[in-house]
Design a protein around this ligand. Structure first.
Ligand SMILES: *[C@@H]1O[C@H](CO)[C@@H](O)[C@H](O)[C@H]1NC(C)=O
Ligand SMILES: *[C@@H]1O[C@H](CO)[C@@H](O)[C@H](O)[C@H]1NC(C)=O
Ligand SMILES: *[C@@H]1O[C@H](CO)[C@@H](O)[C@H](O)[C@H]1NC(C)=O
Ligand SMILES: *[C@@H]1O[C@H](CO)[C@@H](O)[C@H](O)[C@H]1NC(C)=O
Ligand SMILES: *[C@@H]1O[C@H](CO)[C@@H](O)[C@H](O)[C@H]1NC(C)=O
Length: 505
């Protein structure tokens, strides 16, 4: 009798709560869109072992052991190939889940098509501000790495705390992937929402030389300088700022380097040339904004395995630094997140084909990722934590994390932090008159061309930002003719490329 009751009971349990008691059983078709080129930190060879690791973890768990992930990889490049790969796949059967792409211009069309096909997409990239529009074309996108907008909120918090009012943004633009453009777009968006006056300068990636004189003369008047560029260009700029005595008292310097931890920190000023000592002194005024890296004991196993896989695929890994980057962590956690969401959706009687419900089940969720807690906001974007790293010992040149930021707008000073590093002792001065004279072989001519080309430049920049924000506030000052010329030349290209990827509203 009691045996009969317990049988009834277990049948009842199975019937009433299928998702809670029975393990999931399904084949999940996963399409991974990443570039097949190890110059990218998110190349397939680097990220694939992380996805495999997650797959093994799920396979070994009681609840998810029945899920079979058929992972298929396509080379997305960083441009249009990603879309073609996805569309070609349509000839067979559409995937149940898309992981990637990372590059903005590869991601945009893929996200649109996947959203249209009701397929969930999770990416550790697509960090640009435009992707936050989840009401229409990016409706099925979940971003598992902290976006540029979240990063920019850390700037806002610190601007508010130290009551800074003006910022000068310097970014490098390669006219292709445009990482620094999108990074600064986030900063610009957030700061201008709070009426912080921003001005900006663009460095052309394809040019070796940086017009430091031109940049310096337009930096006067801004309290805070925020830069995003390759390590060598940051060094050149910092050397120039230091020589012109802008580093002490009147300006605060930030450099944004979210992903490549080998390009900042101890020794990042060193090139083995005669400027090393000067560079070290200049770098003692530089603050680098990066992702907060948290680790837990389980992470070690993951880290060791990633190192091994990379060595096997011939990717150089340095001995003492981390072989794991944010993209590996992100795509690992993406598979877990999908499995959690799928379980919840299936327990409500839906299937893996209910892409919209699975996507929404991933949002507004906090779970334990490989490196620590991962929390997604109600719009499906990861809440991020960031750190500021600075040289704390100018003699030894060693760096430390001096502040950590939570996305909730609070920041926590670390033991090495000194408030005076962020105190402006003198108001930014106007540029010294001597400089204006020295740069004017023919003042009349350059003033006129400055006006005309300045107008073109202004239009180009405004157009560029127009597609992302309609309410902007921007001041444009003098720029060098060479830079202006370049921007004028690329104006057409820039507008076209933006229009095709992030169409105007
Ligand atoms: C990888 O990308 C870099 C930079 O875009 C390029 O120079 C290189 O030729 C590429 N390598 C391969 C094998 O395609
Ligand atoms: C999943 O686990 C089963 C046994 O638990 C094992 O036979 C199988 O090889 C595993 N699959 C993968 C992809 O690890
Ligand atoms: C990371 O930074 C180092 C040092 O600046 C540089 O050599 C390397 O090419 C960078 N890696 C990537 C993928 O950008
Ligand atoms: C997010 O989840 C919390 C509880 O976990 C809930 O109270 C809140 O209403 C949710 N927010 C949205 C926008 O769904
Ligand atoms: C913000 O986040 C920090 C660190 O994650 C936490 O200690 C703090 O309590 C949070 N503050 C609020 C107001 O949620």
């Amino acid at each position: 009798m009691s045996c009969f009751i317990s049988l009834c009971l277990s049948i009842w349990v199975v019937l009433m709560m299928p998702g809670r008691t029975s393990a999931l059983n399904d084949n999940i078709d996963v399409m991974v869109l990443l570039p097949d080129n190890n110059t990218y930190l998110f190349s397939y060879q680097r990220v694939f072992p992380a996805i495999e690791f997650a797959r093994k973890t799920l396979n070994g768990s009681e609840l998810f052991g029945g899920l079979k992930f058929n992972v298929r990889y396509e080379n997305s490049g960083c441009g249009g190939d990603a879309l073609f790969a996805l569309v070609d796949k349509q000839k067979e059967e559409r995937p149940d889940l898309v992981l990637g792409p990372v590059c903005e211009y590869a991601a945009a069309p893929v996200m649109r098509v996947a959203s249209h096909w009701n397929i969930p997409v999770i990416s550790a990239g697509a960090l640009a501000t435009g992707f936050r529009e989840k009401n229409s074309e990016f409706s099925h996108l979940t971003r598992i790495a902290p976006t540029y907008l979240k990063m920019a909120e850390t700037f806002l918090a610190i601007f508010k705390d130290f009551t800074w009012r003006t910022a000068y943004l310097i970014y490098e633009d390669d006219k292709e992937e445009r990482n620094c453009f999108f990074t600064m777009e986030g900063v610009f968006t957030v700061l201008s929402e709070y009426h912080i006056v921003t001005d900006l300068a663009v460095l052309n990636s394809h040019e070796e030389r940086v017009d430091t004189d031109g940049i310096i003369s337009s930096t006067y008047g801004s309290e805070v300088v925020i830069m995003c560029a390759k390590a060598d260009k940051i060094r050149e700029l910092m050397l120039a700022f230091h020589r012109r005595k802008l580093t002490s008292d009147s300006h605060i310097f930030f450099n944004i380097e979210l992903f490549n931890s080998s390009s900042y920190g101890d020794g990042s000023w060193r090139r083995g040339d005669k400027f090393d000592n000067e560079a070290k002194a200049a770098y003692s005024f530089l603050n680098t904004v990066t992702l907060l890296r948290s680790t837990k004991p389980e992470f070690e196993v993951f880290s060791m395995e990633m190192k091994k896989s990379q060595q096997e695929s011939g990717i150089p890994v340095c001995e003492d630094c981390s072989a794991v980057n944010m993209f590996m962590e992100g795509f690992h956690d993406a598979l877990l997140l999908y499995a959690f969401a799928l379980r919840d959706v299936m327990s409500n009687g839906l299937t893996k084909k209910d892409g919209r419900q699975i996507t929404h089940s991933m949002w507004n969720r906090t779970f334990e990722g490989i490196a620590g807690q991962v929390s997604l906001d109600a719009n499906g974007d990861r809440n991020g934590d960031f750190s500021i790293v600075r040289m704390t010992d100018p003699d030894a040149g060693t760096h430390e994390t001096i502040m950590n930021f939570g996305t909730n707008g609070t920041f926590k000073p670390m033991p090495g932090f000194k408030r005076e590093w962020f105190s402006l002792r003198t108001a930014p001065e106007p540029p010294p008159p001597k400089h204006i004279e020295s740069s004017s072989g023919g003042l009349g001519v350059s003033a006129v061309t400055g006006l005309i080309v300045g107008g073109i430049l202004g239009t180009a920049l405004l157009m560029a930002f127009y597609f992302f924000r309609k309410n902007y506030r921007i001041t444009i000052e003098r720029r060098t003719p060479r830079e202006e010329c370049d921007i004028g030349k690329h104006r057409q290209l820039r507008e076209d490329s933006i229009r095709s990827n992030f169409s105007a509203a």
